[in-house]
Each structure stands twice: as C-alpha cells, then as structure tokens.
Design a protein around this ligand. Structure first.
Ligand SMILES: *[C@@H]1O[C@H](CO)[C@@H](O)[C@H](O)[C@H]1NC(C)=O
Ligand SMILES: *[C@@H]1O[C@H](CO)[C@@H](O)[C@H](O)[C@H]1NC(C)=O
Ligand SMILES: *[C@@H]1O[C@H](CO)[C@@H](O)[C@H](O)[C@H]1NC(C)=O
Ligand SMILES: *[C@@H]1O[C@H](CO)[C@@H](O)[C@H](O)[C@H]1NC(C)=O
Ligand SMILES: *[C@@H]1O[C@H](CO)[C@@H](O)[C@H](O)[C@H]1NC(C)=O
Length: 342
C-alpha cells in the first residue's frame, strides 16, 4: 500500500508545490504578454500618427528654421503648409509672396511668362479677372489666402520647391476699390509688390483698341488672341489699324496716369519695386533686379511670346495726322516718336 501514489505523502507535497509554481509561471507569462501587447499597440499608434501627419502635412513636425537673413526680411519669409499636397523635401524651403500690379496691355502677360520660366517662381495669372472672386473684400482675401498657401491650382503651379508665389492683378480688378483691406492684408502677410507700368500710353492705347477689335473680329482663324507665339500671327493682328478718337485721347491717357499714381499712393507703404515695360524690353538685366527682389536664384528667363505692334507708330493707326496734331505741344508729345529697338 505504501506504493500507492495517492497515499504517498511526499509525492502529494511535491505535486502541490509543482502546481503552485506552474500557476505562478502562468501568471507571470500572462503579465508579460499583456505588457507586450500594450507596448506594441502604443508603438503602432505612434507610428500611425507619424505617417498620417506626414501625409496630411500637419505641422507637428519640427518647425522650420528661418534661413540666415537680416532682421527686416523676417516678415517676408514664409513656410506654407498646403492642404492639398505635401511640400515633401522642400517643406522648409522659404517662400516669398508677391503680386504684380499692372494695367491691361502693359506687357504683364509677357512679363509673367518670363517669371514662370523660372523653376522656383509660380505666378498664377490674372486670377481676379473672374467676377465672383472680386465681388467683395472677403472673397478677395480668401482667394489670396489660397494662392499664398500654395493651394491654388494653375498651369503655373510648380512643384513643391516654389520659392516665390504670386499673381498678376489689374488695377481695375477690385484692387483700387478695396485698397484698404488689401493693403492691410499685404502688410500683415508680408507680400512684396511689383508695379509694372508702361511708359508710352499712346502705344498702350493702340494695343487696347486692337485687342478690343479682335475680341469681336477674331482675326486668327476665328479665335481671339491677346498674346501670340509666332511672327505670322503678330503680323495678322497688327494688320488692323485702329482709329483713335482725338477728343478722348488726352482725357483717356490722363485717366490711366491717375490710376497708376493712385495705386502707387495706396500701396507705397508695402515693400515694392516699380518696373516699366519698356525698360525690361530694352535691358534684360532688369530681370536680374526682379529676381533679386523676389530673392530667388538668378536664372536666364525666357518667353515664347511675340510682340504684336512693332515699328513706328504712324504705321499703326488710321488717323495719324490728327493724333500728331492733338499731342504736339502737350506733355504727351514724346509718345508720338518714342520708339525702342526690338
Ligand atoms: C461676399 O460675396 C460672397 C459671394 O459673392 C457672399 O457669399 C458673401 O456673403 C459676401 N460677403 C460679404 C461680407 O458681403
Ligand atoms: C528651386 O527648385 C529646385 C528644383 O525643384 C530645388 O532643388 C531648389 O531647392 C529650389 N530653390 C529654392 C531657393 O527654393
Ligand atoms: C488658319 O488655319 C490654316 C489651316 O488650318 C493654317 O494653315 C493657317 O496658318 C491658320 N492661320 C492662322 C493665322 O492661324
Ligand atoms: C469722339 O468721342 C466723343 C465723346 O464721346 C463723341 O462725341 C464723338 O462723336 C467721337 N468722335 C468720333 C469721330 O467718333
Ligand atoms: C541695364 O539695367 C541695369 C540694372 O537695372 C543697369 O545697371 C544697367 O546700366 C542697364 N544697362 C543699360 C545698357 O541701360
């Protein structure tokens, strides 16, 4: 009977000791497992969060270091975080904001194609030619926010390495009307202004009239073009010679002058540069000055656009003699013969 295992005391004791140590081990194992799962889940959550924030470009990442610049420049340097895409490796490339303020037929279309040939410049075109965007100050400022946040989609939009972003804005597109709100915005957001004007207002007027005429006549195979890319097309458009109403000639030019003076007055307290179309045509080194102003690396800028009206003015209008008579002896006389090489 002594061999009966159930009656063997020793055997009983060792068995229960073994059992309790097994239970203990199980408990420890459970704790380790629970801890492991918990730590893993936290790790996963953090990883998930990081990837998400990278994709949504929420700026929880390290803030961007401002570049090595002078104190006065700090308000003009930005690190936009677009909502619609990530700036990827250029997240911390500084971006400057600009606006080209100009008037119709002053070479701003050509000027903008030159700027957009720069790999780091995005000038988004005449955004406020669309009525709804300029209907009141708040639609204007909302639109600007979108452009300067690099969320505006246009053919000019570059990759994530844009270093200067802006638009072309005509004085009569809500700019003078809402000048107070716009000035406040330009100053608050550190927007630099490029005024682009044309010196020869008579040439400008001929261009306006010819463009208006073509709007209806559509000389190029039934399509209206404001800008052309071939000499052939330019010749066809320049074939039309407008008739200028001499009664309205001087008042019209004065009105144009007043608008540009007004704009300069309203926005003179912004960081700005004044450029004349004729100077850029004559001297391409002007473009270097503009690139320096925008703080982008200097590059050779190019445009495929071809000038429409070339050569002496008397060949470009219907009633040259009347125009000559009207302007002789006035301060606008120089416009008659002012010419530039091309
Ligand atoms: C501005 O115009 C938009 C659209 O035209 C309109 O929805 C909005 O209420 C206007 N805001 C103000 C302040 O007038
Ligand atoms: C300009 O763009 C190039 C190419 O995308 C990029 O490598 C470079 O860093 C950009 N330069 C500046 C000043 O942002
Ligand atoms: C008009 O179309 C014809 C035929 O497609 C073409 O040969 C001609 O160059 C076009 N003219 C202009 C001004 O585009
Ligand atoms: C020129 O404009 C004035 C004022 O609008 C007008 O009275 C006049 O008839 C115009 N002259 C011509 C030749 O069209
Ligand atoms: C061209 O412009 C630059 C800078 O704007 C100026 O320094 C230079 O003298 C000009 N050259 C000529 C030939 O006008």
């Amino acid at each position: 009977m002594a061999d009966d295992p159930f009656l063997n005391k020793d055997n009983l004791i060792t068995k229960s000791a073994k059992k309790s140590s097994l239970v203990f081990r199980m408990v420890v194992l459970m704790i380790v497992m629970v801890c492991g799962v918990y730590i893993c889940s936290i790790c996963l959550k953090q990883l998930n969060f990081q990837t998400k924030s990278r994709f949504l470009s929420i700026v929880i990442d390290k803030p961007c270091e401002p570049p090595n610049i002078e104190e006065w420049e700090v308000p003009y340097v930005h690190f936009p975080g677009p909502q619609t895409y990530s700036r990827a490796e250029c997240r911390c490339n500084p971006v400057r904001f600009f606006a080209i303020l100009s008037m119709q037929r002053s070479g701003s279309g050509w000027f903008e194609t030159l700027l957009n040939s720069h790999i780091n410049i995005s000038s988004n075109g005449e955004i406020f030619s669309v009525k709804a965007r300029k209907s009141n100050a708040s639609t204007i400022l909302d639109t600007l926010d979108k452009i300067y946040n690099l969320d505006w989609y246009s053919s000019a939009a570059k990759n994530e390495c844009t270093a200067a972003v802006g638009l072309k804005w005509m004085l009569n597109q809500g700019l003078l009307k809402y000048h107070e709100e716009i000035l406040e915005y330009f100053k608050r957001r550190g927007v630099s202004i490029i005024f682009l004007f044309r010196r020869n207002l008579l040439r400008r007027m001929i261009s306006v009239l010819a463009n208006q005429y073509d709007h209806a006549a559509k000389l190029l195979n039934g399509t209206h073009k404001s800008h052309v890319h071939s000499h052939h097309e330019a010749e066809i458009l320049a074939g039309y010679k407008p008739f200028i109403n001499t009664t309205l000639l001087i008042p019209n030019m004065r009105e144009v002058e007043d608008m540009s003076t007004q704009a300069l007055e309203y926005f003179k307290r912004t960081r700005h540069i004044v450029i004349y179309y004729e100077d850029v045509v004559k001297n391409r080194t002007k473009l270097e000055e503009i690139q320096d102003f925008l703080r982008v690396p200097r590059r050779n800028l190019e445009s495929r656009q071809v000038k429409i009206h070339k050569g002496p003015l008397f060949k470009q209008v219907e009633n040259w003699k009347d125009i000559e008579k009207t302007l002789k002896g006035t301060k606008y006389e120089s416009f008659l013969y002012g010419n530039y090489r091309k």
